[in-house]
Design a protein. Sequence first.
Length: 404
Amino acid sequence: MTNKLSVTRATFDDVMVPNYNPAQMIPVKGEGSRVWDQAGTEYVDFAGGIAVNCLGHCHPAMVQALTEQGNKLWHLSNVFTNEPALRLAQKLTDATFADRVYFANSGAEANEAALKLARRSALDKFGPEKDQIIAFNKGFHGRTFFTVTVGGQAAYSDGFGPKPGAIEHVDYNNLAALEALMSDKTCAIMMEPLQGEGGVISPDAEFVKGVRELCDKYNALLIFDEVQTGFGRTGSLYAYQQLGVTPDILASAKSLGGGFPIGAMLTTAEIAAHLKPGTHGSTYGGNPLACAVAEAVFDVVNTDDVLAGVKQREQLFKTTLQQINEKYGVFQDIRGQGLLLGAELTEKFDGKARDFLNASAAEGVMVLVAGPSVIRFTPSLIIPEQDILEGLARFERAVAKLAG
Ligand SMILES: Cc1ncc(COP(=O)(O)O)c(C=O)c1O
């Protein structure tokens, strides 16, 4: 038996590296879209572990998959393959453009693999000159040094010494600026098919098509970072499936494991061939526990019922948020796709998104921010209608306090 010490939020400051500043309350239990803290206070969860808990907390299919696999086989390393990893890879390739899968443990690692693959493939096919990676301002791709440098916020990559080179940025939705930067030296474009952390910003349909055409013109690979948009979040298994544009490489994580850490890089057989044995790897990638859970998540999420339900819930969120806005006039825009939604505050509340997050928590609803002035909602894809209405009623009380 483990000796369970009694811990509080003060313990965090005593024993944890201070790179996070978590809420004062400590959640201890979750069920569906409700969470309870140490004091027994209940919250409606619109944050979903930052777009991760796509089936809410403790979904029975996930608990069953984890328990069954937990009683069978936990870990092997990639010296051996395993059945859950092979089944999951088969399902992912059957459901997407991809023929090959590489498993990792997080979004950053899936993107890291994507970037390394793009660089290696360009080197093999065109030589060392073709190394330029272009990404977008306000984009977010993770916190490894390569991915954070490709991300579009220099503040996150400054201060750690020399950065990986040949990485450039342009504004999202600005095709002319992208075209001006591109040449035969361009190795890859990395983009989110809807910017999440950067403020819930959708791409223009023409922009995404234009990016694909430019990639084809210059023999550059198109990498879609679907870490946040993927696995049902926008109402299709992956967002690219609604955009009419197919990437060459796709990174998936977050909802893929529904709360169990896993990431995946998907690509074609031809591109995958450039990551030969020994070129890249991970001890835990494709771990049987993670893959068994992700397989259970896949079976629930990749159904017409759940995906259509995401679109219905999107409508309910948007109309109710609009009704709140008619009363209080705090938002200048309510946007996003599926259950990746953002409400941008008016100028009067510029930079105050975190105040809304804190006031919401005090009323019993967990929300997120996306930058200083956007409140973000990324709940479970199967959140019951009554939980949406109850959570938004609590959110409205928070808005009323701040607007009043
Ligand atoms: C689009 C996108 N890419 C990558 C990441 C990084 O994922 P992880 O935190 O699992 O490394 C995130 C996380 O927020 C993300 O939203």
